[in-house]
Design a protein around this ligand. Sequence first.
Ligand SMILES: [Zn+2]
Length: 146
Amino acid sequence: MHSGEGEQPFNYAVGEYGSRFLTEIRDNKKFMGVRCPKCKKVYIPPRKLCGPCFTEMDEWVEVASEGVLYSFTILRFAFLDPETGEKKPVPYGYAFIKLDGADTCFQHFVEIKDESKVKVGARVKAIFKEKREGKIVDIEHFVVVD
Ligand SMILES: [Zn+2]
């Protein structure tokens, strides 16, 4: 990865649950979450502990790659994309998405094709990259489903 003139390579560990989450997206285009044994809440992305219950979670459940827009913003100013070092073409959306079967929201980009269709409650689906590498950007973005 590079940004501007200086090369700034770095890696970080996403942990056991983050690794499984990204691996399932890479290999199977599946979203895997975990369910709390006490309150039954399904977390996406998965985490080890349910905060409110203070309970360890180890029941993996698949949720849909479709869901609804919970909230969003539309970016019209091009920032440097940390993944590429290039300016990310505008406009694009950044949203909290509630995938079907999940109780928490997942954050990702939303394609802005027809802005009038990008609304809270709109149905969206994930578009996966053809060549996936185990990164969160293996999901290209979400698109509004008509
Ligand atoms: Zn719980």
